[in-house]
Write a protein that binds this ligand. Structure first.
Ligand code: C2E
Ligand code: MG
Ligand code: MG
Length: 698
C-alpha cells in the first residue's frame, strides 16, 4: 500500500468516489450490473430482485446470455448477440438496446439495457443498467393488436379529432362507404350524411356523446355512390390522456341485409303467403286506424265480407292444389274491382276475404261493388284444364251505423254474410241487428242437428211419382224430415243448407241412403216393388266412397240396383264435373238410375248434358209453377222435354200442383209427374195406405 499523503489523499478520494459509486449502485431502484471480461462481476439488490434470485452468489460470474432465453425476439442467438452488444459498447463507449431476460422461475421480461464503459477498481469495465420496459412493450403489442383488429374487422371505423375532422379510417370503412382513406381523412363525417334525418336528430346524437361519452343507434348514411343505407353506429368519446387530445371513434356496420330480412319476416307475419294479400292481423290493424280516422273526420267506411260458395267441394274433389289456384284467382278478381290505394282487401283464412273501403260517398257504391264481385266470382275459372265454378256470398257493415269499433264491424259484416248464405247464396246483405239473433239460432240449429243425426232422430217421408196416363206409381222420392221436440216437423230447406256448410251433410246423407234402402227392402218383403229416389249432395261424392257405400247397401238388403235412384242437382254436377262423372258412371254400370234434379236452374247447356252420365231429367218446380200463366215458361218446358227425348233421356216434372199443369206437361210429352196435385210427401205407413186406396196404384 502506498503511504504518501498525497497518494493517501488521492486514495482517499478514490475510496470516497468508489464508496459513493457503491452507494448509488446499491440504492438504485433500477437493476444495475458490472460486466468485466464479458461476465457479470457485480450487481445490485434491484438486479437480484428483478431476476427473482435470492442472493448475489447465484448470479455472479455468469455470462449475460445465461440470464436470458436461448435466443432474442429477433431470432439472434442470445450469446452471440450479447457479445456483439458489448463489442459495440466498447467501441462507442455507450450502447442502448432492448434485451429479453429470463427470471429464475423461467418467466421472461423486457429490459432496455444501457451499457457504459466505466473505470472500475482502476480498470476499464462495463456498467450495465436495466429499465424494465415490459409495460411499454405490452402497450406496443396492444397497439399492434388494436391496429390489426382495425385493419381486419368488418366493422367500419372512423376516428375524428377534437375538431371533428377525420384522422383515421379502416379498410371496412372504405368498403362500406366507398370512400378511400385519402378521400376521407381531413374531411368531416358529414361527408356521409343522408337527408334521412333532420338537424334535431344530429343535435341529440352529439349531445349524448358529449354528455355520456357515447351514442348508439341506427342511422341512415349515404355511400359515395349516392346510395342510402342504414347502419348500426356506436360513437365513443376517447378522453384526453397523457397529453393526447380528445378523440371520437365511430364504429358501424351496414344493416341493409338485416333490415331486409326483418322486413321479410314482418311481411310474412302480416301477409297471406298464398295470395300475397294482407292477413287478418294486418287487416285488423288497418281497420282500427281507419275507424279512428273516420270517427275524427266524420266519414263513413265499410267492411265487406266475401265468402265463396262451393269452395269446399272443389277443394275436396279436385285437390288442394286446384283449391289454392282458385283462391289466388279469386284474390285477383276481387283486387281488380277495388280502388288502388283507397281500398284494402285481405284474406282472413280459408275461402274468406274481407274488403275495407274508406271515405265512402254512399252505401250504394258499396252495394254495386258487392254485386260486381258476386258476378266476377260467378264466372267460370280455368284451373289446370278444369273449368270450375264457384259463387260468393257477401255481407256488408258500415261505420258508424253498424258498429263503432273495428271488431264489431267485422263481426257484423260476417253475420250479414251468413245471412246472405242462408238466404240462398250468391247474394249480398247489409247487416241488420236481427241477424245476430238469426246467427245464434243457426248455431243452435247446427248443434241440435248434429245430435239428431247421431241419435238417428231424423225421418224419411216419401213422395210418389205418378204416371199421368195410367195413374200408377212409378216410384217415390225420399225426403228427409226432422221431428224437432219443440218446433215440430222441420223441413229440409231449413237445415240442409246448414248441413251442407258444416259438412254434416255427409253423415246425414249416409243415414238417408241406408234408411231408404232398409225401407225399400221392407216394402219388397211385403210385395211392394217401389223404386226409391235419394237426394245426394256434391260433398257426398267428393268426400265419401259413394259407389262402395251404395254397392254395400244393395248387397246388405238384397236389393236390385233398379230399386234405387240417385238425384243430384245440376249445380252439384257442375261444381266438380270430372269426379261426379266418374262416380255416376260407375253407379250407372251397376244399374242405379241417375236423375238430374232441379233441371233448368244451373244454366247447363243441353250439349253439355249429353255428355253427363244421366238417365232422367227432373224439370225444376220453378218452371212448372208459372207454366199455366206464363207462355214463356210453358215453352221452356216443351223445349226441355223435346230435347231430353231427343237425347234419349227420361223426363219427370216436379212440383205439379194443378190439373192444368199436369195436362200441359202430358201434352208436351212429359207423362211422369211429382207434386201436391197427386200426393204430398208422407211417412212410409201413410204411403202404404195411399197405395192401396183407390183400388191400388202400384
Ligand atoms: P227436391 O229434391 O227438389 O225435392 C222436391 C221438393 O219439392 C220437396 O221439398 C218436396 O216436398 C217439394 N214439393 C213436392 N211437390 C211439390 C208441389 O207440388 N209444390 C211445392 N211447392 N213443393 C213440392 P222438401 O222435402 O222440402 O225438400 C226440399 C229440398 O231439400 C229437396 O229438393 C232436396 O234438394 C233437399 N233434400 C230433401 N231431402 C234430402 C236428402 O235426404 N238429402 C239431400 N242431400 N237433400 C235433400
Ligand atoms: Mg230431389
Ligand atoms: Mg228438385
Amino acid at each position: 500500500m502506498n503511504t504518501s499523503r498525497g497518494e493517501d489523499r488521492e486514495d482517499d478520494s478514490a475510496t470516497t468516489g468508489e464508496a459513493w459509486f457503491r452507494t448509488l449502485f446499491e440504492s438504485s431502484p433500477d437493476p444495475a450490473w458490472i460486466i468485466d471480461k464479458h461476465r457479470f462481476v457485480e450487481c445490485n439488490g434491484a438486479a437480484i430482485k428483478a431476476l427473482g434470485y435470492n442472493s448475489k452468489d447465484e448470479l455472479l460470474d455468469t455470462h449475460p446470455s445465461e440470464l436470458s432465453p436461448p435466443s432474442q425476439p429477433d431470432g439472434e442467438d442470445s450469446y452471440a448477440k450479447a457479445e456483439r452488444m458489448i463489442a459495440i459498447a466498447q467501441e462507442r463507449g455507450r450502447h442502448r438496446f432492448e434485451w429479453l431476460h429470463q427470471r429464475a422461475d423461467g418467466s421472461l421480461f423486457f429490459a432496455e439495457v444501457t451499457l457504459s464503459v466505466v473505470a472500475f477498481g482502476g480498470r476499464q469495465a462495463m456498467y450495465c443498467a436495466w429499465r424494465d420496459i415490459t409495460e411499454r412493450k405490452e402497450a406496443e403489442a396492444g397497439l399492434l393488436l388494436a391496429r390489426s383488429i382495425m385493419e381486419s374487422t368488418s366493422e367500419g371505423v372512423l376516428v375524428t379529432d377534437a375538431n371533428g375532422l377525420i384522422i383515421s379510417v379502416n379498410p371496412a370503412f372504405s368498403k362500406i362507404t366507398g370512400y378511400t382513406a385519402e378521400e376521407a381523412i381531413g374531411r368531416k363525417p358529414s361527408l356521409l350524411k343522408s337527408d334521412h334525418h333532420d338537424a334535431a336528430f344530429y343535435r341529440q346524437l352529439w349531445q349524448a356523446v358529449l354528455k355520456d361519452g357515447r351514442w348508439e343507434g341506427e342511422i341512415w348514411n349515404r355511400r359515395k355512390s349516392g346510395e342510402m343505407y342504414p347502419e348500426w353506429l356506436t360513437i365513443n368519446r376517447i378522453p384526453a390522456v397523457d397529453g393526447m387530445p380528445v378523440r371520437y371513434a365511430s364504429v358501424f356496420h351496414d344493416i341493409t341485409e338485416q333490415r331486409q330480412a326483418n322486413e321479410r319476416i314482418q311481411y310474412l307475419a302480416f301477409h297471406d303467403a298464398l295470395t300475397g294479400l294482407p292477413n287478418r292481423a294486418l287487416f285488423q290493424d288497418r281497420l282500427v286506424h281507419a275507424v279512428e280516422r273516420a270517427r275524427r273526420e266524420k266519414r263513413r267506411l265499410s267492411v265487406t265480407f266475401v265468402d265463396l260458395d262451393g269452395f269446399k267441394e272443389i277443394n275436396d274433389s279436385l285437390g288442394h292444389d286446384v283449391g289454392d289456384l282458385l283462391l289466388q284467382e279469386v284474390a285477383q278478381r276481387i283486387r281488380a274491382r277495388l280502388r288502388r290505394g283507397a281500398d284494402t282487401v285481405a284474406r282472413l283464412g280459408g275461402d274468406e276475404f274481407v274488403v275495407l273501403m274508406e271515405d265512402l260517398k254512399d252505401v250504394e257504391h258499396c252495394a254495386c261493388l258487392a254485386a260486381e264481385i258476386i258476378e266476377d266470382l260467378g264466372a267460370p275459372f280455368e284451373l289446370r284444364g278444369h273449368a270450375v265454378r264457384v259463387g260468393a256470398s257477401i255481407g256488408l257493415a258500415f261505420f258508424p251505423e253498424d258498429g263503432g269499433e273495428a271488431l264489431e264491424l267485422m263481426k257484423h259484416a260476417d253475420t250479414a254474410m251468413y245471412a246472405a248464405k242462408a238466404s240462398g247464396k250468391g247474394a249480398y246483405r247489409f247487416f241488420q241487428p236481427e241477424m245476430l239473433e238469426n246467427l245464434n239460432q243457426r248455431i243452435k240449429l247446427e248443434t241440435e242437428l248434429r245430435h239428431a243425426i247421431e241419435d238417428g232422430a231424423l225421418e224419411l217421408h216419401y213422395q210418389p211419382k205418378i204416371c199421368v196416363t195410367d195413374g200408377k206409381l212409378r216410384g217415390v222420392e225420399a225426403l228427409v224430415r226432422w221431428p224437432h221436440p219443440e218446433r215440430g216437423l222441420v223441413m229440409p230447406q231449413e237445415f240442409i243448407p246448414v248441413a251442407e256448410e258444416t259438412g254434416l251433410i255427409v253423415s246425414l246423407g249416409n243415414w238417408v241412403l241406408a234408411e231408404a234402402c232398409r225401407q225399400a227392402a221392407a216394402w219388397r218383403a211385403r210385395g211392394l216393388e217401389i223404386t226409391v229416389a235419394v237426394n245426394v249432395s256434391a260433398r257426398q261424392i267428393a268426400k265419401d266412397r259413394l259407389v262402395d257405400r251404395v254397392a254395400g247397401l244393395l248387397a246388405e238388403h238384397a236389393l236390385p240396383a233398379s230399386a234405387l235412384q240417385i238425384e243430384l242437382t245440376e249445380t252439384a254436377l257442375l261444381t266438380a264435373p270430372e269426379l261426379a262423372t266418374e262416380t255416376l258412371d260407375r253407379l250407372r254400370e251397376m244399374g242405379v238410375i241417375i236423375a238430374i234434379d232441379d233441371f233448368g236452374t244451373g244454366y247447363s247447356s243441353l250439349a253439355r248434358m249429353r255428355r253427363l252420365p244421366i238417365d232422367l231429367v227432373k224439370i225444376d218446380r220453378s218452371f212448372i209453377e208459372n207454366m199455366d200463366h206464363d207462355a214463356k215458361d210453358a215453352e221452356v218446358v216443351r223445349t226441355i222435354v223435346a230435347l231430353a227425348k231427343a237425347l234419349g233421356l227420361d223426363i219427370i216434372a216436379e212440383g205439379v200442383e194443378s190439373r192444368r199443369q199436369s195436362e200441359i206437361l202430358s201434352d208436351s210429352g212429359c207423362t211422369v209427374c211429382q207434386g201436391y196435385y197427386f200426393a204430398r210427401p208422407q211417412s212410409a205407413s201413410q204411403l202404404e195406405s195411399w197405395i192401396t186406396e183407390d183400388g191400388g196404384r202400384a
